[in-house]
Design a protein around this ligand. Structure first.
Ligand code: ATP
Ligand code: MG
Length: 590
């Protein structure tokens, strides 16, 4: 597919990352750390850098978060702006709420709430207090909540009255470590539920002056559970020092400038919603849009338009859903302020990159990272050409490579371009996870010498662009070929009838595995045998008989994780009649 060259229009705001080689060569993590304030005695605290530092002087009056509520009966979208100064006051109060309850450094706070102001205040107030914060996706049912709070030995839980009554009250006796539950009532109403405390009452009584906890860069700050795409979710531990990565990637990966209006659509229950929905934009003093409502194509176009969003960070599933809704809807709105769009979480099909250019006027920039990496590692950024289908190049401070095991099992660096292998990163970036909760052995296995092995297969071309092939667990082995599901899915997506495709390997006596595709269709398209034959033919023509799918099943929707990833392992289990395994992160209706 043709390279997308950047034009002066793409660069109308001078990019932070303009010269690839020079910026990387001149980069040092120590220099990034110097750009932040730090705490006395070489201390470090994410919340201090994100909020306190900006709360004084003129910056204090700038809007940190603009919260958008659900559409009111007149069709309006209610907004509530919280300035940096107000955010600082609220987070200090919350720090005092925790202190008054005897919760301190190293204790664990879980937060389960929709994208309401209290969620953000609890996260930042918890971090200020040195308390380790774990946010859980608010759509989780009782089972995933229980396992995660048990695994994390949570002492405090902040949640809403409604979520508590529906999902948590009945599991409370299975959570013996939980000392306090703080509730947020509906529409500001006071709560009065046995064995719980009313958070607004405690907040009102707390002082808005609180010393920041004496944390260091190596102290645990966040506990994130992975998406569970490939198996049981793992709890990844991150430290306060990760703030240097949040800062650098906000600067170079998302090109944040202080006057930006930034919208990260991810929920803080997932790592993207924490690193880029909370921390990185605050570090750069930008205004973040937070939408409480769920995905809705029209609402999303309207938000981009009405809020004059300048930088937008979203995910492939959302983009595919917008594509499914058709271009006419997008054309009812205009986005003159929008200058940069990025996406993460799954491979971004080349079709989707180009769709951005056609419909929104800007290509979509794919970037790659994981819960374990804590921040963006490989990215397409504003100044550089895009090769659609590639996730871009390593950011400053990040050394990536491709490795393979030789016949003796030893790891070898692959330096021939376009050769497949496992994607690895050189240890030492500040937001690298510091452990899997209660699974030291698994953590150790991720590292060989000075390399972190990502579990993803990729290749690197002669220009240094990385191409995702598939997760090591998802790659299909057919008649001696290694087939990445992404390549097959992207070709199916080229067909005008296809909305989304998920591809698996189905065991076969002769060739090992055959390629099988599950396809959901665009609105109004009829699923019939004629279309199936057409798609099989299209794929064979584009991919060749060895790689093209042999079977296609139409599904109304593919199963996704709550963070928006296609769950191929579930498609496979269902196809083969095997147990579904851990489905705690499966999106409702999947
Ligand atoms: P689990 O580890 O529990 O199976 P998960 O790996 O999906 O879940 P996350 O940490 O949320 O959990 O996702 C990271 C993974 O998502 C990456 O390892 C990669 O497989 C995939 N991914 C993220 N961004 C991209 C991208 N731009 N292109 C391709 N794959 C991506
Ligand atoms: Mg993973």
């Amino acid at each position: 597919m043709a390279i997308i060259r950047k034009t002066p229009f793409d660069l109308r705001v001078s990019p932070n990352f303009g010269d690839y080689d020079a910026t990387r060569a001149g980069f040092s993590w120590a220099e990034v750390t110097r750009r932040m304030d730090g705490l006395p005695g070489a201390g470090c605290n994410i919340a201090y850098e994100a909020v306190d530092r900006h709360a004084v002087g003129a910056m204090g009056e700038r809007t940190a978060f603009r919260f958008l509520g659900r559409t009111d009966p007149d069709g309006g979208i209610p907004t509530r702006d919280v300035s940096y100064a107000e955010l600082a006051r609220l987070t200090r109060r919350f720090t005092n709420v925790l202190r008054d309850l005897g919760i301190g450094k190293g204790d664990r706070l879980f937060v389960i709430a929709g994208r309401i102001p209290e969620l953000y205040v609890s996260i930042l107030g918890g971090l200020r207090n040195g308390t380790v914060v774990s946010t859980l996706f608010s759509a989780f049912g009782p089972e995933p909540i229980t396992t995660r709070i048990q695994l994390g030995a949570g002492q405090v839980l902040v949640t809403t009255e409604l979520l508590y009554l529906r999902r948590i009250q009945k599991i409370r006796d299975q959570l013996p470590t939980l000392r306090h539950v703080l509730l947020i009532g509906e529409d500001g109403a006071t709560t009065d539920i046995p064995d719980t405390l009313d958070l607004p009452t405690l907040m009102a009584a707390a002082s808005d002056q609180a010393e920041i906890a004496a944390t260091t860069a190596d102290d645990a700050a966040l506990l994130h559970f992975t998406s569970g795409t490939t198996g049981t979710p793992k709890g990844a531990i991150h430290v306060h020092g990760a703030v240097a990565t949040h800062y650098a990637t906000g600067l170079y990966g998302l090109d944040l400038h202080s006057d930006d209006v930034f919208w990260c659509t991810a929920d803080p229950g997932w790592v993207t919603g924490m690193s880029y929905g909370v921390i990185a934009p605050l570090l750069h003093g930008v205004t973040s849009i937070v939408d409480e409502a769920d995905f809705d194509a029209e609402r999303w176009y309207r938000i981009l338009h009405e809020q004059a969003v300048t930088v937008w960070y979203t995910a492939p599933t959302a983009i595919r859903m917008l594509m499914k809704a058709g271009p006419e809807l997008a054309r009812r709105y205009s986005f003159p302020q929008l200058r940069f769009i990025a996406s993460v979480g799954e491979p971004l099909n080349p079709e989707a990159v180009l769709w951005g250019k056609e419909v929104l006027g800007l290509p979509i920039h794919d970037n790659w990272w994981q819960t374990e990496t804590g921040g963006i590692m490989i990215a397409n950024t504003p100044a550089f050409d895009i090769k659609p289908g590639s996730m871009g190049r390593p950011l400053p401070g990040i050394d990536a490579c491709i490795v393979r095991r030789d016949s003796s099992g030893a790891l070898q660096l692959v330096d021939t371009p376009d050769t497949e292998g496992e994607l690895a990163l050189r240890k030492g970036w500040p937001s690298m996870f510091r452990g899997y909760l209660n699974n030291e052995e698994r953590y150790r296995k991720c590292f060989v010498d000075d390399l972190y092995l990502t579990g993803d297969l990729a290749k690197c071309d002669a220009d240094g662009y990385y191409w995702f092939i598939g997760r090591a667990d998802d790659v299909i082995k057919s008649a001696g070929h290694l087939i990445g599901p992404f390549e097959v899915e992207s070709v199916l997506m080229e067909h005008p009838s296809v909305a989304e495709a998920g591809v698996i390997g189905k065991p076969d006596k002769t060739v090992g595995e055959v390629v099988k595709a599950f396809v959901s269709l665009k609105r109004g398209v009829v699923a019939d045998d004629a279309l199936r034959l057409q798609l099989l033919g299209h794929a064979r023509k584009r991919l060749g008989a060895a790689v093209a799918p042999k079977e296609i099943t139409f599904l109304a929707e593919l199963p996704h994780t709550g963070s928006g990833k296609i769950m191929r392992r579930l498609l496979k289990a269902r196809e083969l009649g095997l147990p579904e395994g851990d489905t705690s992160t499966l999106e409702a209706g999947g």
